[in-house]
Structure formats: C-alpha cells, structure tokens
Design a protein around this ligand. Sequence first.
Ligand code: FAD
Length: 294
Amino acid sequence: MTLREAGFRGEIALEEPLAGHTTWRVGGPAEILATPRDREDVLLAVRWAAASGLPWRVLGNGSNLLVQDAGVRGLVLHLRKVLDAVEVDGGRLRAGAGVLLPVLANLAARRGLAGLEFGAGIPGTLGGAIVMNAGWHEWEIGPSVEEVTWLSPEGRPETLGNADCAFRYRGSMFRDRGGIVLGATLRLTPEEPRVLVERLQRFAESRKANQPTELPSCGSVFLKPPGDFAGRLIEQAGLKGYRVGDVEVSRKHANFFVNLGQARASDVLALVEHVEGVVLDRFGVRLTREFEAW
Ligand code: FAD
C-alpha cells in the first residue's frame, strides 16, 4: 500500500532533491518527501512507514543539516510551515513545530512578550529549535519551554515538562532519542513591545555585520569548545577563505562555511575534515560538529 493509499492527505514528492530544502543548498534526493497536512497526517505517515519497514526522518527548515549527495532512502516528513498554529494566552505562547522561529520571535515582540528575540535571526522551525536547543550568545530556547508535545520513536504521543526535555548546549533529549516534536508551550515575560522591537533590530544588525547571511550555510559549523570559539581557532589557523570545490570558510566569520554556488556534500565534508585536522594539529583542540548529517 502506498502512503496515499493509506490515507495521507498532504503533499508527496518522490525522489525530491533535498538541496532546495536545506539552507546549505546541498544534498541529494529523498526517496519520499511528504508534507503532512496536520497532526493526524503525521501519525498516519509514521505508522505507515513502520508497517512498511521503511526508515523515517523529520526535516524542519533544513538549516542545521548536511544531506549526502546520494540522498536518503525511506520517508522524510517535512514539517516546515505545517503544524503552524500559534496561540497567545497571557504570558504563554503555544505553537506548532513547523512555525519558523523568526516568525514567532517577531509575533512575540509585537505582543509584548520577551524571551525569543535572540531567535529572530535563526532560520529554523520551532521543532528544530527545540531539538537543538537553539540559542545565541547567552540566550537559549530551553529556559522558555514549559511543555512539549512529542511523538516518541515508538509512535506514542506524549506531553513532556521542561525537565524531561534535558536541554543542554545545542542539544536535548529529542536530539538523542529522535521522535517528532509536534508543538510546544513557551512561557515568556511581559515587556514593552517598542523595547522588544528595538532589540530585534539591534540583533539583526549585529548578525548582518558579523555573519555571511547573504550566502547559503548551516550557521555555525562547530560547537564552542570549552573556553574558546571555533571561529577564533579556525581564523588563527589561517583558514579564512580556504576552499574545497565551491564551499569556502567564510572570510567574514570563520565558523561559517558558505556555498559559493555548486557545492556538493562531499566538498563540505572534505572542508570540515580538513579544518578539524588543522585545528587539532595547531591547537590540540578536537572540534565538535554542530550540524546534523544525513
Ligand atoms: P533542521 O535543520 O531541519 O533539522 C535539524 C535536526 O532536527 C535534524 O536532526 C531533524 O531531524 C531534527 N528536527 C527538525 N524538526 C524536528 C521536529 N519537529 N521533531 C523532531 N526532530 C526535528 N542555530 C543556533 O542555535 N543559533 C544561531 O544563532 C544560529 N544561527 C544560524 C544562522 C544561519 C544563517 C543558519 C543557516 C543557521 C543558524 N543556526 C543557528 C542553525 C539552525 O538554524 C538551528 O539549529 C535550527 O534550530 C534548526 O532548525 P531546523 O528546523 O532548520 O532543523
């Protein structure tokens, strides 16, 4: 039985190149890329994949993801801009996993709710942000999360409190265990909308000045090593501008590797490995990759 025959109502694309669905603009096709219409569609697709013996994965906005040139087999559930209902209730903001974080940050600021301003420049979905415990400087999404609705890898819908999520620097229980984040309730703090909107503008200017936001990338390639910055080490190693094929260590921010046009996943991986090797040799620091690889 096909996914459609099983009753899936959303969009289905076969052998769809994932390069167009990741911010690095790199990656081969998904055997089945399915965009669910709603939560029932998500549950149905997961049960169908399990019954068909097919592996399945979740794609948010693909902003922290490197997909191999050969692509991926099985089902990819695409949650960008689906499950996107948002509801404000006093200091609480309930949202579906597919809402883009910048949309949520702007909405919260206009409604006089503080705590998400850091997310205005993070081009992921709320689901991806929760999985990664997305953050910027001293801010992270984790502390604002009150509750998460989650489909466990076994296909059981669950509601989890903050402590169950085990948020850590760029990670969470969801990153370790998989499953699907379906939505979350965030607890935010009242503040003047004018102050919040000004803060958003300041943050946006800072990003524009310091990051190559005009070129495709996955944001930071490596996590912050203890007491240091990956970008500082890469720059000190003289690697700014170092290039493999069409992927380059950004000249603006050395922890961003930018796609100059036709980069392949194999180029990205070769560059990542080269940088890891040089930084280890020069400084004895083993860098940890921040992005997910499929
Ligand atoms: P994806 O890349 O689609 O997926 C990442 C992982 O999460 C995958 O394993 C995927 O399977 C899983 N996943 C996604 N959605 C779900 C879901 N609903 N349920 C279960 N699993 C899911 N990150 C920061 O933390 N701080 C920054 O300042 C920052 N700046 C960035 C700037 C740029 C220009 C770019 C391109 C990226 C930046 N990032 C930053 C990285 C990225 O935006 C975040 O990690 C973001 O949270 C990823 O969300 P996504 O929806 O794109 O996830």
